[in-house]
Design a protein around this ligand. Structure first.
Ligand SMILES: *Cc1c(COP(=O)(O)O)cnc(C)c1O
Length: 466
């Protein structure tokens, strides 16, 4: 049959809709979704005919099946829980921090009704949404004042815009970071309306470099946590307390983008030291921003703490309205911050710290529970072992530090990369997907972040090999 004839034989959208209705397959997915998928499916069929890939008219049944398959696959792959066994505890692509139970309870109960988000219960007047978090944050950090926005990128943008629009920001060349997902300090600065004034060199920056860079048009002195890299060797960095002296002398505020930002001393959990928010406040830093969903272990948010007069200028910036957090973020963040009032219980109650501080013996025993069932399923095509590996914290926290852990290692007996890729896809495409990492011809499932063996065993009950 010639192409023209084939193209003319394609049924119309309405006819397919009618067919699906008759077959009682329309109701479940709704008209809007179905119509749009019929259109895209027909476009694909047309294209295949034009490229000579289809040489006979597809039947109404074939097209309809294709439409329903597409809808179901798209539904299936949309936002859902994934078991993160990549070895990166705070994985940005996998939604970063796992929320604690108490935050989940708060989300469910607050989301189900209306609330006093901006409403003073005492006098029935309009209130400020920050009050639900500000006292907690200032108590925990020692800061005078605080506000919360959508994420740390927004927090940085807001601080720069409030204090340095039309002005210069002095920052060390060694701190012009790029965080994954296109957050780059120089670009954010440009969007904030401020001008970057690079100070010092990549490896060495001195106080005199900042002093020489300051003019009457300097709006901010800035430091950034070099979250995802470390400059080593012949280096010099100006510490916060030195810059805060310069800031006091010149009356130019000192702003620090702390990135991950933690409220507890990580060494208490046998983790490497990470500068805490409290330490920066004590160093005299005027303004500090950090993420809610990195080391803090909460929902996505950007927290800004600092001097009262500076925070109140931020609160007056109209841009803050565009970057504000919603009630769900606030209630989840409140729950997480409250856990920090009992720091000794954090490794029990806060999943992020529980995972980071987990002992390798415990991780090993989870592995031993999983091993037999996995061997049972996969031994015909792969060799399965329990391997000592290193996990990482992720999200730019403590970039060079790696934690001792154990992983299930799956190595295809045919040693083919294609088999390995196929296997890891099978795990990713499970109804409850499992994400691992592929290295050196092996698929690794790092068990640091697997709370219970049963979660994994349930997920793989849907795994079928040939
Ligand atoms: C992660 C990070 C950011 C961005 O924070 P988000 O919460 O992801 O918006 C900004 N600055 C630094 C130094 C970071 O590590």
């Amino acid at each position: 049959m010639d192409k023209e004839k084939l193209l003319r034989s394609i049924p119309s959208v309405d006819k397919i809709l009618f067919f699906l209705k008759k077959e009682e397959r329309l109701l479940e997915h709704g008209n809007i979704r179905t119509t749009s998928v019929i259109r895209s499916t027909l476009a694909e069929v047309r294209e295949k005919i034009e490229r000579g890939k289809i040489t006979a008219t597809p039947t109404m049944k074939q097209i309809s099946d294709l439409v329903i398959d597409t809808i179901e696959t798209e539904n299936e792959n949309s936002l859902k829980t994934v078991i993160n066994l990549t070895g990166t505890v705070l994985h940005t692509n996998l939604g970063r921090a796992v929320l604690p139970d108490i935050a989940i309870q708060n989300l469910a109960s607050l989301g189900a009704g209306t609330n006093n988000l901006e409403y003073e219960l005492i006098d029935g007047k309009r209130g400020d949404r920050d009050i639900h978090m500000e006292t907690l944050i200032t108590e925990l950090t020692g800061a005078e004042s605080a506000t919360v926005v959508n994420n740390n990128a927004a927090a940085v943008l807001l601080c720069l815009n409030t204090f340095a629009q039309g002005k210069e920001v002095c920052i060390s060349r060694g701190e012009l970071v790029e965080i994954g997902g296109s957050f780059r300090i120089p670009e954010v600065m440009e969007k904030s309306g401020s001008t970057l004034r690079e100070v010092g060199t990549t490896n060495r920056t001195h106080l005199r470099d900042y002093e020489a860079a300051i003019t009457e048009n300097t709006g901010l002195l800035m430091k950034t946590h070099t979250s995802n890299y470390k400059i080593q060797g012949f280096t010099h960095e100006v510490e916060h307390h030195e810059l805060s002296n310069l800031s006091a002398k010149t009356k130019i505020p000192l702003f620090s983008d702390l990135g991950s930002g933690t409220l507890v001393d990580m060494e208490k959990f046998d983790l490497p030291h990470e500068t805490t928010v409290q330490e920066l406040i004590e160093s005299g830093t005027d303004l500090i921003s950090f993420s809610g969903d990195k080391l803090l272990g909460g929902p996505q948010a950007g927290i800004i703490v600092g001097k009262k007069n500076l925070i109140s200028r931020i609160k007056e910036n109209p841009l803050r309205r565009a970057l504000r957090v919603d009630k769900l973020t606030i209630t989840a963040l409140r729950a997480v911050l409250q856990l920090y009032l009992h720091p000794e219980q954090l490794t029990l109650n806060l999943p992020t710290l529980a995972h980071l501080s987990r002992k390798k013996e415990e991780i090993f025993s989870v592995g031993q529970e999983i091993l037999p069932e996995l061997k049972n399923k996969l031994s015909s095509i792969a060799s399965i072992d329990l391997l000592a590996v290193k996990s990482q914290i992720g999200s730019g926290a403590l970039p060079l530090d790696q934690l001792d852990s154990f992983a299930i290692s799956i190595r295809p007996v045919d040693q083919l990369d294609s088999t390995l890729q196929e296997l890891s896809k099978k795990f990713r495409m499970l109804p409850n997907p499992v994400a691992g990492r592929v290295t050196d011809g092996k698929l690794l499932f790092d068990l640091r972040t697997l709370d219970k063996a049963s979660l994994f065993l349930e997920a793989i009950s849907d795994l079928h090999i040939r």
